[in-house]
Each structure stands twice: as structure tokens, then as C-alpha cells.
Design a protein around this ligand. Structure first.
Ligand code: NAI
Length: 338
């Protein structure tokens, strides 16, 4: 049976070379933070995903209920719930892919960096367990601040001697999803055919959409570019403010995480897939981690692509984001090494 995704129909940078593939491999996927705002709808989307065989739902509490609920859906994916430290090892054993949306979300007025104090420790604990129980798994980190939590994860895995830079990703897919939507709205494009590469990081001005490399090509006024770039950079805050204290993006994030997870799984199955993601990188001098286009394959990020030709405006944005991204990376590395 052809494994066409049930929910993630799309064209764009994530389009695979061959279009569809057989979901022939057995794949265990764990979600850590599975009872949360992102975790639950993400678990639902993955319960509908033909590239997944087993779904392990881990959280500090409430996962048995989420798992029981999802297990009644008549798709062939096996779902199990795991709650509390004692069960983390079982959740992770044999995993091919671990997705981490555990941690606190922003409230109005907060930056992603304000979450560091709580989320850094959570990510450190969870990735340490990944290093012990599924050292070969691909890890997708959603917990903010992504600009720092990915370096934390890398340091933790290095200390365990199991770090593979090709397998640790900060999930920035929501920035691409938002950019595609906003650009299509602005220019009247078919959103399914719209693709905006987004590079840099995942916080405020470190989010850099490359409208000059977007497809379809379009003419923009300087004002349009500036307004669209600012809207993309502040899109998360748009949701935080609209939710008025009840959290940040969860449904669009779950969609984006499910898309990125599927791309990782397609890559594992031998289908080359292209996505933008935040990874260890030598693309920009002085920044050890950077989001750019990557080619996903059986070994993870098999290729990290350069940023390509930038307009003077994009060059200027890149220069401006460097100090903030560098300091977030250094903060993560220092915490990871503690
Ligand atoms: P939430 O508070 O609704 O859910 C978080 C879940 O994590 C809760 O169920 C909580 O029990 C669980 N958790 C806390 N500590 C844990 C631990 N030690 N082990 C396992 N689970 C633990 O938050 P939400 O809205 O799901 O957001 C989660 C994270 O995702 C936040 O850090 C948020 O900033 C981030 N986020 C990232 C985005 C991105 O584009 N990368 C977009 C939106 C949110």
C-alpha cells in the first residue's frame, strides 16, 4: 500500500524526490511531553501517520489516559502511555525517533529565553535518558528556547559519548509553515505550492525568512518585505497574545512537528527529503548551530546547505541576528556542560 500521509499533504521544500514511498519499516516514535498542549494533537497526528508503527507517549502524568483514548482509533499504530521517571526508559527503548515538546510555554510579555530556567533542565534530563536508552535515535527538539536547548542536548550526548550531530534537530518547521501561509495570503498564491526557506534560529530576530528564495517567485516592495519578515518573526507572539495567558501555539505546532517527524521517517526509509531545521552547522562562521536547509536521509541530516544568495536586506538581518544567536548558543553549551 502506498504510504501517502493522511494529514500532511504538501508540496514545497519538504517534497521528497519520489513523491511517495512505501512505509515498509517498523518505526517506534516517542513523544516526551505527550500530555501537553502540543503533545496531544501531535500524538493524534502521528496515530494517523503510516510511517509510524509504535507510538510511546511519555509525560510526568496523564499519559495513560491520552494513550487509552488514542488507542481506540482504528489505525494500525500501537500506542502506549508512560508516566513518571520510572517509565521513561521503557518509553525510549528501541526508539527510532524521539520528539520533545516537554516544558513550559510562553505567557504574554515573555520571550522564549525567559523559559530557559525551567526548560533547560527538563531537556537536559530527557536527552540524558535518550543517550542511555536509545543512543541511535533521531531527536527532534521543540522545547524552547530552541536556540539553546539544541546545544544543551548536544553537550549532554557528547558527555555520554553518543553524540551524532546528524541526528539532533531543533524543530523550526512552524516558522516555514507560517511563512508559507502569510506569503500565500499576501500574494494570492496557492499555499500548497508556496515555499519559504527560513534560516537562522527560532526566536524573534533570529528567525530569518528568505523571501528572495521563496517559490513562487514574486516582486516585493521594500515595505512588503519588511512587514512580512516582522510578522513571521513575531508570529509566535501573535498566538501567545491571542491565547491571553493560556499558552502558545499548540495546534499549528503539532502540525509542523508531525510534518518534520514524517520527513525524518521518510529520510530513514531512504527517501531524500528536504526541510529547514536548526542543527550543528558550519554554514555561518562563528555560529556553531544554525537553521538552514538540510537533506534528510537514513543517517539523519546528511547534508546541510549554505544560505545561498542573499539580498542586502537579508544580509543585514543576518548580521543583526548573529550576536543574539551566538549568545543563546553559548548559554546552552555552558548549561549542557554543567
Ligand atoms: P504545555 O505546558 O501545554 O505542555 C508541556 C508538557 O510537558 C506538559 O504536559 C508537562 O507535564 C510536560 N513536562 C514538563 N516537564 C516534563 C518532564 N520533565 N518530562 C516530561 N514531560 C514534562 O506546553 P506546550 O504548549 O505543549 O509547549 C511545550 C514547549 O514547546 C514549550 O517550551 C514551548 O515554548 C515550545 N514550543 C515550541 C515551538 C517551536 O516552534 N519549536 C512552538 C510552540 C511551542
Amino acid at each position: 500500500r502506498s504510504a501517502k500521509s493522511l494529514v500532511l499533504s504538501r508540496r514545497s521544500s519538504s517534497r521528497s524526490a519520489s513523491g511517495t514511498a512505501m512505509a515498509s519499516s517498523m518505526r517506534k516514535v516517542a513523544i516526551l511531553g505527550a500530555a501537553g498542549g502540543i503533545g496531544q494533537p501531535l500524538a493524534l497526528l502521528l496515530k494517523m501517520n503510516p510511517f509510524v508503527t509504535n507510538l510511546a507517549l511519555y509525560d510526568i502524568a496523564n499519559t495513560p489516559g491520552v494513550a487509552a483514548d488514542l488507542s481506540h482509533i482504528n489505525t494500525s499504530i500501537q500506542v502506549a502511555g508512560y508516566a513518571g521517571d520510572d517509565q521513561l526508559g521503557d518509553a525510549l527503548a528501541g526508539c527510532d525517533l524521539v520528539i520533545i515538546p516537554a516544558g513550559v510555554p510562553r505567557k504574554p510579555g515573555m520571550t522564549r529565553d525567559d523559559l530557559f530556567e525551567i526548560n533547560a533542565g527538563i531537556v537536559k534530563t530527557l536527552v540524558t535518558a535518550c543517550g542511555e536508552h536509545c543512543p541511535n535515535a533521531v531527536i527532534n527538539i521543540i522545547s524552547n528556547p530552541v536556540n539553546s536547548t539544541v546545544p544543551i542536548a548536544a553537550e549532554v550526548l557528547k558527555a555520554k559519548g553518543v553524540y551524532d550531530p546528524k541526528k539532533v534537530f531543533g524543530v523550526t518547521t512552524l516558522d516555514i509553515v507560517r511563512s508559507n501561509t502569510f506569503l500565500a495570503e499576501l500574494k494570492g498564491f496557492d499555499v500548497v505550492e508556496t515555499d519559504v526557506p527560513v534560516i537562522g534560529g527560532h526566536a524573534g530576530i533570529t528567525i530569518l525568512p528568505l523571501l528572495s528564495q521563496a517559490t513562487p517567485m514574486a516582486d516585493y516592495t521594500a515595505e512588503e518585505i519588511e512587514a512580512l519578515t516582522t510578522r513571521i518573526q513575531n508570529a509566535g507572539t501573535e498566538v501567545v497574545e491571542a491565547k491571553d495567558g493560556a499558552g502558545s501555539a499548540t495546534l499549528s505546532m503539532a502540525y509542523a512537528a508531525a510534518r518534520f517527524a514524517e520527513s525524518c521517517l521518510r529520510g530513514m526509509n531512504g527517501e531524500p527529503v528536504f526541510e529547514c531545521a536548526y542543527v550543528e552547522s558550519s554554514v555561518v562562521e562563528g555560529l556553531d548551530y544554525f537553521a538552514s536547509k538540510v537533506k534528510l536521509g537514513p543517517r539523519g541530516a546528511e547534508e546541510v546547505f549554505p544560505v545561498g544568495d542573499l539580498t542586502p536586506f537579508e544580509e543585514e538581518c543576518l548580521e543583526k541576528l548573529k550576536p543574539e544567536l551566538k549568545s543563546s548558543i553559548e548559554k546552552g553549551i555552558a548549561f549542557g556542560q554543567k
